[in-house]
Design a protein around this ligand. Structure first.
Ligand code: FE2
Ligand code: FE2
Length: 143
């Protein structure tokens, strides 16, 4: 259970990062034109990306999958589907980082498009981690 407990702890830490970004995502889009706000967003999105890379790597390590498979073979397809989402989620973070990096001075930054994509990313990550947490709790709950 150590490995899965670590993953659940990681999910709590990710929740904190996602909560902060969700607050910013609800701001008036005009604020995203401010260099200081975009600098903060770039920092937070960069931290999120780094965190996800290590989090997904831990989840994809064999022992976690093997443990779930042993306890609940029927859960394997769902777990494999969740793991298959990791690359797409990282691509989505990288896409939002690129949008955030675009220069408003050159007319390349669309604050509404950025906000839409940021919200879509936060929703996708929340849903992914929620489903994983449910699966872990279901498989490892006491009989
Ligand atoms: Fe995951
Ligand atoms: Fe996860």
């Amino acid at each position: 259970m150590n490995n899965t407990q670590g993953i659940l702890n990681d999910h709590q830490h990710l929740d904190g990062l996602l909560r902060d970004l969700r607050v910013v995502s609800g701001w008036n889009p005009a604020l995203f034109l401010e260099p200081s706000v975009r600098a903060r967003l770039l920092r937070d999105l960069g931290a999120l990306h780094a965190r996800l890379v290590s989090h997904f790597a831990i989840e994809e390590r064999g022992s976690y999958l093997a443990e779930i498979g042993q306890r609940r073979p029927a859960a394997r397809p769902k777990l494999e589907k969740l793991h298959a989402e990791h690359r797409a989620l990282l691509d989505q973070v990288e896409g939002v980082l690129n949008l955030c990096n675009a220069s408003p001075l050159e007319g390349k930054f669309d604050r509404f498009d950025f906000q839409r994509n940021l919200l879509a990313l936060l929703n996708a990550l929340h849903e992914h981690e929620r489903q994983e947490t449910l699966l872990i709790q279901e498989v490892f709950r006491a009989p």
